[in-house]
Design a protein around this ligand. Structure first.
Ligand code: PMP
Length: 440
């Protein structure tokens, strides 16, 4: 039966009178006829208010690593509720969860908690500035580090790398431009160039070694090694943003997977299985700059909220002490194999990137090495296919820059259904393309 979004469409008319674009986060707005309003979620599935059922590969852009409404995590969160809401004092559990993080991520000597990825990266960047006494920073093209003014800068892939730097959206103060540098991934010479020219003013190099916001395009081992050495040589803090990769691609995140050690790193998403919590951590000498008269400001009314903290405690216990991450990677791997067979059967060139738990799919011959190369892939085919998959109840992001996230709740039934529907969606898209070519 074709999907109906009648109730969602009707609700959109009401929502748009209350909320800009009818939603509470810009990326949830898919237009008047496609915006989905959720009724409930469980495991790997979402049901919308029209009763449509989806297998979810967005899982909130990564957080619900154990699945939606995981009973174990929700029970822990209810225990956290008994502690209370906010009281502007500390609890023992903050140290317990910090100890878990330190055990899983060896580069972390000390931890501070916050509520969102944005807050964690923003505080880390401030910390890097304070420690280095240098206000500028470098980011990698195609990366995303949250919604704060220093991070909301980009270069469109069709623009010149040096000339095209622009704020990602209105309202970002243009005076910040001089603090921001953007380099392509996997080009250590470019990084060295920028550092040679501007290292006096650059305090931090911010990187997602798996670009979770650009199809999981991945840093090459030698590049990461070079970047680490360059940061050391030029006295620049290496800030690894593990908001998407943390506690997902390995227990110790991308740092364990790729054998690299950050000076500072940030976590959110999988840390709390969907409950709002984030963390920053890193070298003791840097982290000790938090607080005091000369130190940096970090914290807030809701930091280390007992409900989220209890959820994080349980989530990390499960991720650290069971083979959940191996199971997730195995599912992702089998899904890529199945999708690969369907595409190869039709002679469609394709590659996967990143880690199977958050893999990117590109229609091209070889894996893109940076964001610029993503722009040369057939992302229009991806976009058409994604739209069709969503119609059939396979909820991937409509944009090819978002990887497919897998949770522990994705089981063999999900896999079989996903592959069957992938085949159907592909056939529909190719038939449609064939028909429109025939009409030319
Ligand atoms: N860093 C990365 C790598 C992210 O992917 C995101 C969000 N997708 C953020 C930071 C910001 O996190 P939040 O949305 O929780 O503020």
């Amino acid at each position: 039966m074709p999907r109906s979004l009648e109730k969602s469409n009707r609700h959109y008319e009401r929502a748009v009178k209350q909320l800009p674009l009818g939603v509470s986060s810009n990326w949830r707005a898919w237009g008047p006829d496609k915006t989905i309003y959720v009724e409930r979620t469980k495991g790997a599935r979402i049901w919308d208010i029209d009763g449509n059922e989806y297998i979810d590969y967005r899982i909130g852009y990564g957080p619900t690593i154990l699945g939606h409404c995981d009973d174990r995590v929700d029970a822990a969160a209810r225990e956290g509720m008994k502690v209370g809401g906010t009281f502007a004092l500390s609890t023992i559990r903050e140290s317990v969860v910090a100890e878990r993080i330190k055990k899983m991520v060896p580069s972390v000597d000390l931890v501070r908690f916050a509520n969102s990825g944005t807050e964690a990266v923003m505080a880390s960047l401030r910390l890097a500035r304070a420690f280095s006494d240098k206000d500028g920073h470098i980011m990698v093209e195609g990366g995303f580090h949250g919604q704060f003014d220093s991070a909301l800068w980009e270069i469109a892939p069709d623009e010149d790398l040096t000339g095209g730097l622009r704020p990602a959206g209105a309202g970002v103060p243009k005076v910040l431009r001089d603090l921001v540098n953007i380099v392509p991934l996997n080009d250590a010479n470019r990084l060295e160039d920028v550092l040679k020219r501007r290292s006096d003013s650059i305090g931090a190099f911010v990187i997602e070694p798996i670009l979770g916001n650009a199809g999981s395009i991945t840093a090459e081992p030698q590049y990461l090694k070079d970047a680490r050495e360059l940061c050391d040589r030029f006295d620049v803090i290496m800030l690894i943003d593990e908001v998407k990769t943390g506690f997902r691609v390995a227990r110790g995140g991308v740092q364990e997977l790729m054998d690299v050690r950050a000076d500072l790193c940030t976590f959110a998403k999988a840390l709390g299985n969907g409950y709002p919590i984030s963390a920053l951590g890193g070298r003791e000498d840097i982290m000790r700059m938090i607080g005091g008269d000369d130190g940096i400001a970090q914290g807030g009314t809701y930091a280390a909220h007992p409900v989220s903290l209890a959820a994080a405690d349980k989530t990390l216990e499960i991720l650290d002490e069971t083979d959940t991450l191996e199971q997730i990677a195995d599912y992702g791997h089998r899904m890529q194999q199945g999708i690969g067979e369907i595409l190869s059967h039709r002679g469609i060139a394709h590659v996967f990137s990143g880690h199977p738990s958050m893999g990117g799919l590109f229609f091209t011959e070889s894996v893109p090495r940076n964001y610029r190369e993503w722009a040369t892939t057939d992302y229009e085919l991806y976009n058409s296919l994604a739209a069709e998959l969503i119609e059939l109840g396979i909820l991937c992001e409509p944009d090819s820059r978002e990887p497919w996230f897998v949770s522990a709740a994705h089981d063999d039934a999900c896999l079989a259904e996903t592959l069957e529907k992938f085949e159907t969606a592909l056939r529909t898209v190719l038939d449609r393309q064939g028909a429109s070519n025939a009409n030319v």
